[in-house]
Design a protein around this ligand. Sequence first.
Ligand SMILES: *[C@@H]1O[C@H](CO)[C@@H](O)[C@H](O)[C@H]1NC(C)=O
Ligand SMILES: *[C@@H]1O[C@H](CO)[C@@H](O)[C@H](O)[C@H]1NC(C)=O
Ligand SMILES: *[C@@H]1O[C@H](CO)[C@@H](O)[C@H](O)[C@H]1NC(C)=O
Ligand SMILES: *[C@@H]1O[C@H](CO)[C@@H](O)[C@H](O)[C@H]1NC(C)=O
Ligand SMILES: *[C@@H]1O[C@H](CO)[C@@H](O)[C@H](O)[C@H]1NC(C)=O
Ligand SMILES: *[C@@H]1O[C@H](CO)[C@@H](O)[C@H](O)[C@H]1NC(C)=O
Ligand SMILES: *[C@@H]1O[C@H](CO)[C@@H](O)[C@H](O)[C@H]1NC(C)=O
Ligand SMILES: *[C@@H]1O[C@H](CO)[C@@H](O)[C@H](O)[C@H]1NC(C)=O
Length: 868
Amino acid sequence: MPGESKSAAIIQTQSSLLFYFFLSFLSNAASKTPFSPSVNYLIDCGSSNPAELQDGRIFRSDRDSTSLLSSDEDIQTSIDSINVNASSSVPPTSLPLFKSARIFTVKSTYTFYISKIGRLWVRLYFSPLPHPSYNLTHAVFSVQTDRLVLLRDFSVKDKTSFVFKEYLVNISDSRFSLKFMPKKKSLAFINAIEVVSAPDNLIPDTVTSIPPQGHFHGIFNHALQVCYRVNVGGPPLDSNQDMLLRSWENDTSYNVVPQGSKNVSVSKKDIKYPETGEVTLLIAPVSVYSSAMEMKDPQVNQPNFNLSWRMNVDQSFSYLIRLHFCDIVSQNLNQLYFNVYINEMMGVASLDLSSETKALATPFYKDFELNSSAITNGSILVQVGPANLQQGMPNAILNGIEVMKMSNMADSLDGFFSVDGKYRGPSSITLFLKVAASIGLGFSFTAMFLVAVICFRWRRRPHGWERRHSFSSWLLPIQSSHHGSLCSASSKSSSRRSSIAVSRKSPGYLTSNGIGRYFAFDELQKATNNFDENAMIGVGGFGKVYLGTLEDDTKVAIKRGNPSSAQGINEFRTEIDMLSKLRHRHLVSLMGFCDENSEMILVYDYMSNGPFRSHLYGSNLHPLSWKQRLEICIGSARGLHYLHTGAAQSIIHRDVKTTNILLDENLVAKVADFGLSKANPEKSHVSTAVKGSFGYLDPQYFRSQRLTDKSDVYSFGVVLMEALCARPVLDTTLPREQVNLADWSLQQHRRGMLYKIVDPRIADTIAPRSLNKFVEAAEKCLEDNGADRPTMGDVLWKLEYALRLQEAVWKIDKNEEDTTTANSIALQQQKQSGGEKGDQSVTRAKEESDVTDVDSMLLSQISHFEGR
Ligand SMILES: *[C@@H]1O[C@H](CO)[C@@H](O)[C@H](O)[C@H]1NC(C)=O
Ligand SMILES: *[C@@H]1O[C@H](CO)[C@@H](O)[C@H](O)[C@H]1NC(C)=O
Ligand SMILES: *[C@@H]1O[C@H](CO)[C@@H](O)[C@H](O)[C@H]1NC(C)=O
Ligand SMILES: *[C@@H]1O[C@H](CO)[C@@H](O)[C@H](O)[C@H]1NC(C)=O
Ligand SMILES: *[C@@H]1O[C@H](CO)[C@@H](O)[C@H](O)[C@H]1NC(C)=O
Ligand SMILES: *[C@@H]1O[C@H](CO)[C@@H](O)[C@H](O)[C@H]1NC(C)=O
Ligand SMILES: *[C@@H]1O[C@H](CO)[C@@H](O)[C@H](O)[C@H]1NC(C)=O
Ligand SMILES: *[C@@H]1O[C@H](CO)[C@@H](O)[C@H](O)[C@H]1NC(C)=O
């Protein structure tokens, strides 16, 4: 063939961009396209020879495209491979492109020079070909442009699969880069790339929005990813049947009511594109409009049903949906009226194609923007059904569907991370609620490494132990201590106990109760009136908590685990493990346990004033004063500070919240519930599945799953705001921006209106300077970035300071109240001008230089707080 020999000759003589454009020109000519793209880069990556497709396009070889490629280091490989078999998910004509690939071991960039700005198709082909030294099924990588994330942490796990991705991006620069970024220690690969101009008027800027029905402006600002392109009622179409080289599927896999639908088609020559207007051959090929689905026997059967198509999508994105219509079923004008629904919402009511097109068999299309908030089922449902009008015949048709994903606020089409790797998703609250709804993780008690821990423990038991088949076989070593006499009521022999060698690290602050008393089951039965429901004071994921009265009239809280619950065993395990290591005035203390009859029961000191939260809201308890709240916050901060720094290992509580801060009869705060806690051996971070309570969860931990003690600091910041505002941390009955206390209070604070949300019952009694200091502490705790948050020690310092400022006001004579006010104003002003972004020591120095006489006296008192 003369064409072939000509290109062969060119290949031998040239290998430049010029040559490439010439080839592109040839390929356009071959496909008889009236639209000739001004930008037309076609690359068959990794191949040694250009590849020609059935549609006439020629993809240039890898060697001819290396001038476009740059990378951090020059270690890339290309592979050539053969034996590629057909697959239904990709355009069949593109199969030759999957025969070779280029592998990147470092970040690499293709740079394309764009002669005409506007929308570009970017089409990517992936298939993990076999290679002797690289396993492409293990490759994990991202594909980005300068502004957009196209794929993030993408991989093709199945070595026989062919993946085709198609994007429409709007370019306003003369340069366009496509970056392949292997994840750490991984690879990236690509089989073929197309970067081709799209017609200007293909995608409009304004479309119909759902919901609410209206206009959506600004499609131009979104990149699009083609998810589905369906020729409804007709055959699949190859790229050589479409002027824009798109391929179309048939609707077999999406039609929800195939039994009610019937395909109709007319001869292609009967389709008349309108002389003027937007609908041209470029919008969709004739074959799309010459075939459709209509209702099967609409007049005979029950006439009232909808034709429906369902397509699965990622519901965190909004979508551009284009529906194609062409009335090929009516005999006369104005006979066909039907409704169009998208996700069960009205898209077009009583659509009359005749009045839209003024003629039969004339193509028409309609675009909709479907907001992600309306996609609840992970799918898009397109329905057409007869409008309930007396005129015309009850029928409905649809010729084609295109579904395109719209880039989100992170300028991403894959996840919520933008090109700089920053998270720019919906505010944490919506995400939390979505996650909560989808995985049912509504409460805070969750299982951890269960059997593993027990087995581990069991295997590590010291030699010479006799095998014991009870709960205490792993529990005992933890609870036994120097207080051997405490194990009194036990029926077990004390000799057994003494045989257990335990070396416990410095126990820190020992409560008067000691540890490890063994309780007999009937003793606890008696204490709780046989676990009477009336004695129940709480329920958790592990089981129930009862109030019990021992024979000596001591009140105790009795946590009775459900032995059949693996989760229970786990949390018990963690709790005992933690509490056996920790002794502190501000941590709840374990009195003992019972493991008779395979029961798992823990006995604690009873905290007669219950959880902190019930004193803030949701009960009729007398509101706590500001001083009391401060003292409780300080107490719990001490407890947490001890957890983070005091024990041999740094411990992260993971579930800091007002219901886990318990108050004893003197309103002394004690941090409780260590069921989720984790030791942090390296004192850096722990990678772990996200657990905790919504509303308190550290957004950084949520995003990165890296747990640090700063996650507790964040949760504690929420506790502080809760103590100040006395409202739930998540209140979905409030307007959207107010739902999440952490977000809302910070917002109000920045606007200088925090006073509006302070608990009105105590607002008047708070000294302004004390409030400032307190809010400053809370705000710092709620910093988005963990590294910017203070340590619990710093928080504690600030809270102590806030308390002294409050106390100082009471001590100062009434006459001096004015001075105090003046001071607080000065402090505020300084704060505004000073931009307190410096490190802790700077902040502290500033505070110290700012102190009044009263303060300096107080400061000396509190500077030793860390001595526990
Ligand atoms: C392609 O299919 C043939 C049989 O139809 C099979 O022998 C061959 O291994 C397949 N090649 C690949 C790469 O799957
Ligand atoms: C691309 O975006 C710009 C605005 O950023 C807009 O003016 C232009 O019309 C868009 N072009 C296309 C083809 O969408
Ligand atoms: C590549 O990894 C996959 C999945 O782990 C494995 O099944 C396959 O055998 C590996 N291939 C080679 C060549 O190592
Ligand atoms: C739709 O296309 C698939 C393959 O592309 C084919 O197997 C199927 O038979 C087609 N369905 C109809 C109704 O033509
Ligand atoms: C309906 O589809 C089937 C299978 O694709 C095809 O054989 C038949 O010709 C079509 N009928 C009409 C009226 O187009
Ligand atoms: C068609 O679908 C819409 C939206 O889902 C629904 O409101 C309507 O009742 C349906 N019509 C019939 C006749 O089922
Ligand atoms: C979706 O709707 C929300 C408000 O309901 C709006 O803030 C958001 O911008 C919309 N998203 C798109 C892509 O239209
Ligand atoms: C959700 O989608 C499934 C199919 O994916 C469908 O069967 C189910 O009816 C849908 N539920 C709702 C409420 O739309």
